[in-house]
Write a protein that binds this ligand. Structure first.
Ligand SMILES: NC(=O)c1ccc[n+]([C@@H]2O[C@H](COP(=O)([O-])OP(=O)(O)OC[C@H]3O[C@@H](n4cnc5c(N)ncnc54)[C@H](O)[C@@H]3O)[C@@H](O)[C@H]2O)c1
Length: 252
């Protein structure tokens, strides 16, 4: 009988950004497919409710501040101490940062904060997990970027830069660790129905949906399916790639 490569039995999967939106949906999915999920986020309340929903143990819940390098390394040290292995890292944490900001008016502290969470945090996470994956000659890393990293949105300079940087980082890193049994990919969604868009005004939402040939926003569960594939042993010959979840908006 064919093996089910999408199953996570016996695997430890870290989901960063799990308290909300896409991260929450993928944590649910991995858990339903047999994985030991370790959920992590800055938002402790969101983590607590997901812990209860999925009946997780205490050692499967770990808070982190992705904008702080030592917090990121403490997370991985604690995960390895509790679970001895990490098969996959799925990083969905992120912030939008400043919007509607003219290039001339960019505020550097807000710019740096967005980059440190969306880009540096993703790099610090990758640096921290790779040695453990190399030891076992197996690993899957999936980072959530954005269509903004491919096309750019006016007035969102920090966000665009962070997501384009993430796509570039993943491409280079993939080549370096390809022979170690580790794949690393990113994913570029268009608009997805999550709390991140809760405050987006009707007009902007209409404009964004107008650019999606399917004529609708995506659901977090649809993105979670792709991330679960990227984090599974089935994703064995694809690395350095940017997967698409844009309802047909991106054709490249
Ligand atoms: N929703 C969309 O339309 C959309 C589109 C393209 C890309 N994305 C990307 O998808 C990812 C998930 O977004 P979402 O829509 O689920 O948003 P969300 O706001 O629902 O979830 C983001 C999570 O990241 C966490 N987070 C924020 N700062 C953190 C920090 N410093 N340390 C640790 N965790 C932190 C939040 O607490 C939250 O739980 C993000 O990277 C986002 O940029 C979203």
């Amino acid at each position: 009988m064919a093996r089910n490569l999408g199953n996570f039995d016996g695997q430890v999967v870290l989901v960063v950004g799990a308290a909300s939106g896409i991260g929450r949906a993928v944590a649910r999915l991995i858990s339903s497919r047999g994985g030991t999920v370790v959920i992590s986020d800055l938002d402790k309340t969101g983590l607590a409710s997901l812990k209860e929903e999925l009946s997780l143990n205490d050692n499967q819940v770990k808070d982190v501040n992705l904008g702080d390098k030592s917090s990121v390394s403490n997370l991985i040290v604690s995960l390895i101490s509790d679970h001895s292995q990490i098969d996959a890292l799925i990083n969905t944490a992120g912030i939008v940062g400043p919007t509607n900001t003219k290039l001339e008016d960019v505020d550097w502290s807000a710019f740096e904060k967005t980059l440190s969470i969306n880009l540096f945090g993703a790099i610090w996470l990758t640096q921290a997990v790779v040695p453990f994956m190399k030891d076992r000659k197996y690993g899957r890393i999936a980072h959530v970027a954005s269509i903004a990293g491919k096309e750019g949105n006016p007035g969102m300079h920090a966000y665009n830069t962070s997501k384009a940087g993430l796509i570039g980082f993943v491409k280079g890193a993939s080549k370096e660790i390809a022979a170690d049994g580790i794949t690393i990919n990113s994913l570029a969604p268009a608009v997805i129905r999550t709390p991140m868009n809760a405050d987006t005004n009707e007009e902007t939402l209409k404009y964004m949906i107008g650019r999606i040939p399917m004529g609708r926003v995506g659901e977090p569960e649809e993105v979670a399916e792709l991330l679960a594939f990227m984090a599974s042993s089935a994703c064995s010959f694809t690395t350095g790639f940017t997967f698409d979840a844009s309802g047909g908006r991106a054709t490249y």
